[in-house]
Design a protein around this ligand. Structure first.
Ligand SMILES: CC(C)(COP(=O)(O)OP(=O)(O)OC[C@H]1O[C@@H](n2cnc3c(N)ncnc32)[C@H](O)[C@@H]1OP(=O)(O)O)[C@@H](O)C(=O)NCCC(=O)NCCS
Length: 188
């Protein structure tokens, strides 16, 4: 991620990716239905590992409403008014980890490998800086090898491997990898 991605962002804005353009904007509490259409369009293999089951209408509504609390910020990428990806930053609640934020990125398959993951990670990084956070955490199942590789390419480092820490939708457990990125150069 670009260390220089500082100033507060003005949304919406349009940017170029490989073979196209996307418009980035902040998700609002009114976006529940829009996000449900997005999550329900994702292929089954992308839904194996979900921290929150964002395919359920009630859960997506609660997810959207939680934007009011400022605990979470979400940048969505749209093409012709349809959401094709999002990047979220969720602040850690416990007092002693209040300097941490968690990043999650989800992109529809046809928009992967076109630079959008990198763009969204930069947006989340800028939001983390604006919020005064010091470290961004990414958690994924060890089986999500290409996602781990992509996050490494973006400057994240593996910090921990937790055995059988996540359970997929079918009830099978998997190891969890915790990756991190220092927003403020904390450990440099
Ligand atoms: C993981 C994910 C967010 C990556 O987004 P993306 O748009 O495909 O990534 P980008 O095209 O921006 O690529 C980012 C970097 O990773 C590299 N990369 C892309 N796909 C890769 C792959 N399969 N293996 C290794 N490196 C890869 C790119 O070359 C790029 O490196 P560069 O900046 O040095 O050129 C996306 O594939 C996705 O939504 N996956 C499903 C959800 C998921 O697993 N999320 C991660 C957990 S939060």
């Amino acid at each position: 991620m670009a260390k220089e991605s500082t100033s507060k962002r003005a949304y919406p804005w349009t940017t170029t990716i490989k073979n196209g353009q996307v418009t980035l904007r902040l998700m609002s509490p009114q976006d529940g239905k829009t996000m449900l259409a997005f999550t329900q369009s994702l292929p089954e293999e992308d839904l194996v590992f979900l921290t929150v089951d964002i395919t359920q209408p009630g859960i997506v509504e609660r997810w959207a409403n939680s934007l009011q609390s400022e605990r979470m910020k979400v940048v969505v990428a749209e093409v012709n008014g349809q959401v094709v990806a999002y990047g979220s930053l969720t602040r850690n609640e416990p007092f002693w980890t209040r300097h941490l934020g968690e990043i999650q990125i989800m992109i529809v398959p046809e928009y992967r490998g076109r630079g959008l993951g990198h763009i969204l990670a930069n947006e989340v990084h800028a939001l983390a800086q604006d919020s005064g956070l010091q470290k961004i955490i990414a958690r994924m199942a060890a089986d999500q090898r290409s996602a781990v590789q992509v996050f490494e390419t973006m400057g994240f480092r593996v910090e921990a491997l937790l055995a059988d820490y996540v359970m997929d939708r079918a009830g099978k457990t998997h190891d969890l990898i915790v990756m991190s990125y220092d927003v403020t150069g904390l450990t440099e």
